[in-house]
Design a protein. Sequence first.
Length: 378
Amino acid sequence: DILVGCLLAIGGNLLISVSLNIQKYTHMKNSERAVQIHYVKEPLWWLGLTLMAFGELGNFSAYGFAPASLVAPLGTTTVIANMFLAALFLKEKIRAEHLFGSALAIIGAFLLVAFAAKNEQVLNAKEIFVALSQTSFLVYICVELLILGLLFFLLYYKDMKKVVIYLLITSIIASFTVISAKAVSSMVQLSFAGYSQFSYPILYVMLIVMGITIVIQVRYLNEAMKSFDSTVVVPTNFVFFTISAIIAGVVFYKEFWGMNGLEIFMFFIGCILSFIGVYFITLGKLSATSADDHVTEPSSSTEYAQQISPSLFPSWLMASVNVGEVQPKSEVTHLSDSDREPFFPSKVSEVSSQDTIQSMAESPGPAPQAQSNYGATE
């Protein structure tokens, strides 16, 4: 069952990645036309939508076979596949750090599968009702509702429109989606196996909770995407969602029960490697903030370093030689002419110096002022 759940999750994420790239490719081709048509009239767009539906169905089915704490981190499959598919369909560049991130994510996924809980249980309607009434879950619900109330207070009353607030709301709501989706998937699986669960009201309650929470989390995720760059939203949302799904699986479904300390430790190591891998995969992928913005390739390694994450990777860490000014721009009076000469003059500097000397000899006018960029290359 664990293997089936992993294959369903990986296959579903691959289909979602293909779907997203097909839909984006359709929009790009449509924008190049002299007379654009609505994207719903494009057969290729409908193909992408169909693939997305099958992908989401695969993810939903995976919750009935594998722990939620395992299905959620396998979402790295979408990020890895999207990187290669975007290079194939959309001609986006793959950089060294993207490949490094892919390697980390693949290692992390291997550790997740190897050390995940092996005693997956498929709960029926009565067992789910008992799990909903357990003390640990009630405390968990109260804590999450208090945090949600605080986040809504900061967002709407204090008007603190921060990306972390939007994504915390999304991840907390997503924890209810994970619990309800796994419950519905388990009951549907038992029904197809001959143990009908359709006569129990808890199935329809969970189905309604799953639908409502999906709509709410999609809304706040879109709010974050509209206001902030995707390089921040995508990796942060993946990390928050995965942590939230793991906590929900542990509290509601007792997914870590029966695992020893080494298995739990290696499982979290796999999660951390997946988080770091997703971060590196999304480095440098800028998204346009408005319809008039265009994504441009960095002109230098310094500009690229400043684009990816100046708070974590300072520009000097990825800079090349002769990046900045090595002398002040204002006139320095205490330096002699020999001090002003660069140690390693470039060919451009030698040519410009000869032209300057020749123009000074030919021109009867006053001598030009000393250059302000002493020995530094632009």
